[in-house]
Ligand binder design. Structure first.
Ligand code: F6R
Length: 240
């Protein structure tokens, strides 16, 4: 696992974008694995800047996102589909047909998860998978538990998460109770993992990531089993 410590969020975002841009230039039909959350937004905007400047081309790029709420209308401004359109897809010359987010409006979510894994497998998996990390060590919606799931699956949201998210929705009834998420096995299929971590509040979890243990109590520690991982963090996350 390679660790790059940056002075600021901006530097972290630029370093991440530079790694993705360099790899995209080598392979025009790039497969990019994506995460939502506040951490990668700066990097997505830096990628959009590079696209606007003609440095990188998204026209043949395919993307697969980690997760989505369930049930949720993709047009809902709290959906991860909406987030990705706003923060990346609408800002670059990507063909939306090549962008994939688990279907939060599927009538049969289990079948949608299986179809997602099958379609993703056909791409040969992500050349780079972007990851953020929760303070409790979750990646995607793989929360700390006695056991983790391998493939893309439906998972219940904790009461805490539902509570925390209710402020973003018009009414409590609208808050999704479940999510669709790639499993740990799906995530580890990516050829390279690029994890971004910033802020003091992530110091404890970064420390757990840097020790020599893996545990389902901190799902992100499973990325230590992958042979090509780059963690880019800021000094606040690194030093606490
Ligand atoms: C979202 C995802 C989550 C976030 C994590 C950190 O697609 O995979 O695991 O990466 O919750 O979120 P932020 O970046 O908002 O701290």
């Amino acid at each position: 696992m390679e660790i790059i410590v940056c002075k600021s969020y901006e530097e972290m975002s630029e370093r991440g974008a530079a790694i993705i841009a360099a790899a995209m230039k080598e392979k025009p039909d790039f497969v990019l694995g994506l995460a939502t959350g506040s951490t990668p937004v700066g990097m997505y905007h830096a990628l959009a800047d590079k696209n606007r400047a003609g440095e990188i081309d998204f026209s043949r790029v395919t993307t697969y996102n980690l997760d989505e709420y369930y049930p949720i209308d993709p047009k809902n401004d709290q959906s991860y589909r909406y987030f990705m359109n706003k923060n990346l897809f609408d800002l670059v010359n990507i063909d939306k047909a090549n962008t994939h987010v688990p279907d939060g409006s599927a009538a049969d979510p289990e079948a949608a998860c299986r179809a997602y894994d099958e379609a993703y497998a056909k791409t040969g998996y992500a050349d780079i998978q972007v990851l953020g990390i929760g303070r409790n060590g979750h990646i995607g919606f793989n929360e700390p538990d006695a056991a983790l799931t391998v493939g893309t699956h439906v998972t219940g949201l904790t009461e805490d998460t539902i509570d925390a998210n209710s402020r973003f929705f018009a009414s409590a009834d609208e808050v999704p109770t479940h999510a669709l998420t790639m499993g740990m096995g799906t995530i580890l299929k990516a050829k390279k993992i690029l994890m971004l971590i910033n802020g003091k509040q992530k110091h404890e979890v970064l420390t757990a990531l840097l020790d020599d243990k893996i545990t389902t109590a901190v799902p992100a520690t499973f990325i230590k089993l992958h042979s090509d991982v780059v963690v880019i963090c800021d000094e606040e996350a690194y030093r606490g």
